[in-house]
Design a protein around this ligand. Structure first.
Ligand SMILES: [Zn+2]
Length: 443
């Protein structure tokens, strides 16, 4: 069936003023000003009250943390002490709790206009060995696109590391499960709904063998590599003290300086590292909210893009953000980048580019992140009825500058998953009640 999404109020795509034609899971035609579809269509959606964006893409998150938002155990702590305090709480995670946390995070992202989400799951206490399976099941059930990243932590307190013994796994268990989930779920094909990436928490959190073997596996299965990198100034001090090297050098030695790698945060690179990472074509998921929350610094997006790297956006975990809203992430990133580079350096359009095309590059996808014929029909439609938009002149920039929070309609792979601000087939009240009840175990 050909669906004409007709005459949008505004649309983030060139020569598409009269809207787009969706057929199956794809965009098949962009209709320019004064034009009409080239072939007959069977259905029309009147978009005259909507601003249409490509679906937003979240490049970094920790879904399980939705159960520990605004947690007092984390108040007043810097990043590493915060992490150590919170891990004592997260070690209680069960399959049932993870399932409801994942469902909540996905729905929350979807309602903000997100159509593809990456989740960095690195928590594997006893009993939660099948965490990635749960994530994949929930994304499939909802119909969202996901890159599930099989995270890992392998150096615990008993080995002189920072993580509690209860949440780490040994290298064999990590690598065996990495290959298992690649085989079971990873779909490298165009239009894929589920992909798997391998994602040791950071080069400092696992033995080097896990880093090198992960790189080999990723190459063998045509999958991507992900980790946290250079988030805080303490990280390289710890790396030098423990490994006698900087994090980027550890990454390079493990074979990770390749375009299949994207990292989260990327705040504290030196000039030489930016050149090396950019030349290799790495991506950085800029996580503005959590970088601000921990006061770690500001990602050097300008230098990184100039060096050839890609910048995408991540909301980061809900215990640091503490929400999962991709439009908020776009606004935060714009404001934070202006604090670093000034008002003229980046626009609302840059923030939207990072949230769409940039994140798609991070996830290694050229089939989503833009509105163009041949790309997947992943769309976010916003209405500008609230007082905060009244008087706005540039209606696309207004989404970021006036601060929209919620999409009115969201389409993934040609299917409407949000209609009139409500997720299709999900009882939101019941979901919130169930999620709140599950969160009680993490007080
Ligand atoms: Zn993170």
């Amino acid at each position: 069936m050909r669906l004409w999404i007709k005459d949008p109020l505004a649309i983030l795509a060139p020569d598409t003023e009269r809207g787009i034609i969706v057929e199956g899971s794809r965009i098949v035609e962009c209709v320019p000003r004064g034009g009409a579809p080239a072939a007959p269509w069977e259905a029309t959606f009147d978009a005259s009250r909507h601003v249409v964006l490509p679906g937003l893409i979240n490049a970094h998150h920790h879904f399980y943390q939705t159960l520990t938002r605004a947690h007092p155990a984390g108040f007043g702590r810097e990043l590493i002490p915060w992490l150590m305090a919170m891990e004592r709480i997260w070690e209680r995670m069960t399959p049932e709790a993870l399932r409801i946390a994942v469902r909540m995070a996905l729905v929350e992202l979807l309602l903000s206009g997100c159509t593809t989400a990456a989740d960095h799951h690195n928590l594997f206490p006893k009993g939660l060995e099948r965490a990635i399976d749960i994530e994949v099941e929930e994304a499939k059930k909802l119909g969202m696109r996901m890159t599930a990243t099989r995270g890992s932590m392998g150096i615990s307190e008993k080995d002189g590391g920072l993580q509690p013994d209860s949440i780490v796994q040994d290298s064999d268990a990590i690598l065996e499960d990495s290959e298992r989930v690649l085989k079971a779920f990873h779909d490298p094909s165009r239009g894929a709904m589920i992909r798997v990436a391998l994602a040791p928490c950071s080069p400092l959190a696992v033995p080097q063998r896990v880093m090198t073997e992960s790189a080999r596996l990723a190459e063998r299965y045509d999958a991507r590599l992900h980790c946290h990198l250079c988030q805080s100034p303490d990280e390289d001090a710890y790396a030098m003290q423990t490994f006698g090297k900087r994090s980027v050098d550890l990454l390079e030695e493990a074979g990770w300086l390749a375009s299949r790698t994207w990292v989260a945060h990327g705040v504290h690179f030196n000039d030489d590292e930016i050149v090396r990472l950019g030349r290799a074509g790495l991506g950085v998921a800029h996580c503005a909210a959590s970088d601000m929350a921990f006061g770690v610094g500001i990602c050097p997006t300008r230098e990184f893009e100039a060096a050839g790297g890609a910048i995408g956006l991540g909301v980061d975990g809900s215990a640091s953000n503490d929400s999962s809203n991709m439009m908020e992430a776009a606004r935060h990133s714009l404001m934070l980048q202006r604090l670093r580079y000034g008002h003229a350096a980046s626009s609302a359009y840059d923030a939207l580019r990072w949230a769409t095309e940039g994140s798609a590059l991070c996830l290694g996808r050229d089939d989503v992140g833009r509105i163009a014929p041949g790309l997947e029909a992943d769309l976010a439609l916003y209405r500008l009825d609230e007082p905060r938009f009244s008087g706005a002149q540039d209606l696309i920039a207004a989404l970021v500058l006036c601060g929209t929070h919620r999409a009115d309609r969201v389409m993934v792979a040609g299917r409407w998953l949000v209609i009139e601000g409500a997720p299709e087939g999900i009882d939101l009240g019941a979901l919130v009640a169930k999620h709140k009840a599950a969160a009680k175990a993490f007080a």
